[in-house]
Write a protein that binds this ligand. Structure first.
Ligand code: BGC
Length: 530
């Protein structure tokens, strides 16, 4: 089995992780000092958010140069040392690769906007009018009113799918395609294990289309995969494509495009199922999810650094999610909700564990978001998505153990429920009954059960709708995963004649006949051999 198929990923925002030089920003040296923690937690692969030089108007997704490290984070040599140290510990690392756009401060754009005759002009998409590609939706609806922005220097408009300071690269230009392969080569030569490739559906524009998922885009992505396979076999390409399952499937190609894709549609449905105490939406979306080629895998997640996106639900379901999880409209952003997992679950340990259990037992490789393993909170007073990107809370002490600087890049969460006095790594590591230990237990149980990676999925349809119960089976074994979405205990009848053991709590002894699930309870049962 390829390494990523049963890997546990950890999404890590370097600025928020650990500050080694007391300048208020996390950095590579800080990360190196904290690798013990990630190893202890059982992380297989770290995914680093963008680390490039950047004006930071989109937290590094606005790249100012593809060939360096933001000075807050250290030197390129620091990056290399970190990669080596991660590998020495048997872990892997992938980084964000932003292929669709650059910052408007990038030298390519600075040169391109200089004049219509600039040799770099064709690196970006220009137009005399702002009415082309009118069928392309606007993604950042809260900030942008058009995908075109007027550039007074040459009196033309440039195209951008995200912020207006992030011009889209022009993939019709072969030089752009080559330039991106050069970037890929540079970073893979540094020894990283692959990329999370940002915003892949939007590379090309064609009149009369939504400018998403175009055949030309897939052609380039296949070229990218071919390049990686030829020169760097075994490295991973993971796609961020916020699309419905049918469109997502195309990003795997015939096993010749991405190795992995985030399964965006399943994520909000886990929250919906819990709120409605009804599994139907999860069952439906996974039944609608086509089989993926050999050697491919889904990446599944509960939260990430962006708003909890509600793009892949119906307008009715979006309203339901907003009413339920963001009744206070400050929590809404674009088509989503800017909150972390623990507050979304009202801090209820049972629900947080239930959500994690579904994440770990349904198909796909789980991707955890830093801080959610201890139940960190969010800060809605911070703009945009910054409220879910606050410093990791290490200890109940100054700067939460993240930094000794007098001023931090962001305030630490300090409220009475989720603040660092109550919620921190140190206290939870010392307490075997903590959320952190519960999450860690799932990580290690999961690693011992490769059937959870690619085994078949068989629903237990006869059980009440308040349950999400299913078998995962493969030649490597079988797991019966049981989840109670309701606030009442439920007794689940088990197949007669089978004796089970408990994969999460092996000490509880054999289980047979039936099993009680407490309110919001979950069990991972293993049929005993023989
Ligand atoms: C990233 C966002 C970013 C956007 C534009 C995304 O898909 O996840 O954080 O704002 O790309 O770069």
């Amino acid at each position: 089995m390829q390494w990523y198929i049963n890997a546990v990923f950890y999404e890590l925002y370097l600025r928020a992780f650990a500050d080694s030089n007391a300048d208020g920003h996390g950095d590579f040296a800080g990360l190196r000092q904290r690798l013990d923690y990630l190893e202890w937690l059982g992380v297989d692969c770290i995914w680093l958010l963008p680390i490039y030089p950047s004006p930071l108007r989109d937290d590094g997704y606005d790249i100012g140069s593809f060939y360096g490290i933001h000075p807050d984070y250290g030197f390129l040599e620091d990056f290399r040392m970190t990669v080596d140290e991660i590998h020495r510990r048997g872990m892997r690392i992938i980084t964000d690769l932003v292929v669709n756009h650059t910052s408007d401060q990038h030298p390519w754009f600075q040169e391109a906007r200089r004049s219509k005759d600039s040799p770099m002009r064709d690196f970006y998409v220009w137009s005399d009018t702002d009415d082309r590609y009118a069928d392309a939706r606007i993604i950042f609806v809260d900030t942008e009113t058009s995908n075109w922005t007027f550039d007074p220097v040459t009196s033309q408009y440039y195209w951008h799918r995200f912020f207006s300071h992030q011009p889209d690269l022009n993939y019709d230009n072969p030089k752009v395609r080559q330039a991106m392969l050069d970037v890929v080569r540079f970073w893979l030569d540094m020894g990283i294990d692959g990329f999370r490739v940002d915003a892949v559906p939007y590379l090309y524009e064609r009149e009369g289309t939504s400018c998403e998922n175009l055949p030309e885009t897939h052609d380039f992505l296949k070229e990218l995969r071919h390049f990686v396979d030829t020169h760097y076999p075994g490295r991973l390409l993971l796609a961020e494509a916020n699309q419905w399952p049918q469109e997502l499937l195309d990003y795997f190609g015939a096993g010749d495009e991405f190795h992995m894709c985030f399964h965006f549609p399943v994520m909000p449905r886990l929250y919906m199922a819990l709120a409605r105490q009804d599994r139907s939406s999860v069952v439906q979306i996974l039944d609608d999810t086509p089989a993926i080629p050999e050697g491919c895998q889904w990446a599944v997640f509960l939260r990430n650094h962006d708003e909890l996106t509600l793009e892949m639900v119906t307008p009715e379901d979006r309203d339901f999610m907003w009413q339920t999880y963001a009744a206070d409209t400050h929590y809404r952003l674009n088509l989503g909700i800017r909150r972390r997992l623990a507050p979304l679950m009202d801090g209820d340990r049972r629900k947080i564990e239930l959500m994690n259990s579904m994440l770990f037992t349904l198909p796909g490789a789980p991707v955890l978001y830093y801080g959610d393993e201890i139940g960190m909170g969010d800060d809605v007073t911070l703009p945009d998505r910054n409220g879910v990107r606050t410093p990791l809370q290490w200890i109940d002490g100054p700067g939460a153990g993240f930094s000794t600087a007098p001023a931090l890049y962001s305030p630490v969460i300090g409220d009475a429920v989720y603040g660092y006095h109550q919620v921190n790594v140190q206290a939870q590591q010392a307490d075997s009954t903590s959320l952190l230990h519960a999450v860690r237990r799932m990580i290690f149980a999961r690693k011992n059960l490769p059937v959870l990676a690619r085994g078949s999925l068989e629903w237990l349809h006869d059980l009440p709708l308040q349950t999400l119960c299913f078998w995962r089976r493969s030649a490597e074994g079988a797991v019966l995963a049981l989840h109670n979405l309701s606030d009442q205990p439920l007794d689940i009848p088990l197949e007669p004649g089978i004796v089970f053991s408990d994969a999460l709590y092996p000490d509880v002894g054999p289980v047979s006949g039936s099993v009680r699930l407490e309110a919001y309870g979950c069990r991972w049962l293993l049929p005993e051999a023989g």
